[in-house]
Ligand binder design. Structure first.
Ligand SMILES: NC(=O)c1ccc[n+]([C@@H]2O[C@H](COP(=O)([O-])OP(=O)(O)OC[C@H]3O[C@@H](n4cnc5c(N)ncnc54)[C@H](O)[C@@H]3O)[C@@H](O)[C@H]2O)c1
Length: 262
């Protein structure tokens, strides 16, 4: 981990902080001096993230928050403001993957993935906008996916939600830029988290492969011939929240080891 302290005195809200990329982002910001509000529905793992942030010397709160619920997200931001008085950075990482043949998509499954991946991100952006506008500064970082940029079979639902995250990000960037607020999306490639283990089993089985075989195939599709560690996505998230990225907004960055090259 880089030896930098870029976020002393900054306040960061991370959704999906319990595991994976959200966890890596929360601990990265904590290691660089930020106070971190960890939002998730997985209470025990979320407490562990907040406790890891405190072990790094940061102040941190674990807040139960279902991103599908406006009241939960409003309460989480209110608790953050009560404790620290500001919100400098949002990392909207909570998300789920489901997939399958288009002819078989159950509409309740579509409603569920839309609620988490799309409505959840929209609400996260909505609730941090007022304090960031009042401050005249802020960094919004929404976690999309390379599935927003390219397509595979059997993932219409996921691709649609992640393309939607890119759309939300671009519009928010245009709308809030005059208040000193940037908004960018990160589009990770396959990253070694609980989600990718689950995806590898689901998608691998459909292709007659084991999960490990599918992951090896995915690694071979990248220029770097490997999958990402969550800390490598967190490093880019931290850069986007840093002073070095103040003139970077409305973008969606592929952090995929070189899958999508044009
Ligand atoms: N891992 C990858 O390969 C990969 C690739 C591209 C994009 N992404 C995206 O990155 C983000 C993080 O994924 P990850 O790989 O870290 O997965 P993960 O499953 O490890 O983490 C997702 C977190 O979101 C939380 N969550 C789920 N539903 C929630 C809800 N309704 N309210 C609050 N929290 C909720 C989970 O409890 C979990 O802690 C997701 O948006 C995912 O789509 C992941």
């Amino acid at each position: 981990m880089a030896d930098m302290r870029r976020f002393e005195g900054k306040v960061v809200v991370v959704t999906g902080a319990a595991t994976g990329i959200g966890n890596a982002a929360a601990t990265r910001f904590a290691s660089e001096g930020a106070s971190v509000a960890c939002l998730d529905i997985a209470d025990d793992a979320n407490e562990n993230t907040a406790s890891a942030a405190r072990d790094l010397g940061a102040d941190s709160l674990a807040i139960r928050c279902d991103v599908r619920q406006l009241e939960d997200q409003e309460r989480a931001v209110a608790l953050t403001l009560d404790r620290w008085g500001r919100v400098d950075v949002l990392v909207a990482s909570a998300g789920i993957f489901v997939g399958g043949p288009i002819a078989d998509v159950p509409l309740d499954r579509w409603a569920e993935i839309s609620a988490v991946n799309l409505t959840g991100v929209l609400i996260s952006n909505k609730v941090v906008a007022p304090p960031m506008i009042a401050q005249g500064s802020g960094s919004i970082i929404n976690i999309a996916s390379m599935a927003a940029k390219t397509s595979w079979p059997n993932s219409a639902e996921y691709s649609a939600t992640k393309s939607g995250v890119v759309g939300i990000t671009r519009s928010v960037a245009m709308e809030l830029g005059s208040h000193g607020i940037t908004a960018n999306a990160v589009c990770p490639g396959n990253t070694l988290t609980d989600m990718v283990q689950d995806v590898s089993c689901q998608v691998g089985a459909r292709l007659g492969m084991t999960g490990d075989e599918w992951l090896e195939m995915r690694a071979n599709d990248t220029a770097l011939k490997r999958l990402a560690d969550p800390s490598e996505i967190a490093g880019v998230i931290a850069f986007l929240a840093s002073e070095d990225a103040r003139f970077l907004t409305g973008q969606s960055l592929e952090v995929d080891g070189g899958i999508i090259l044009s």
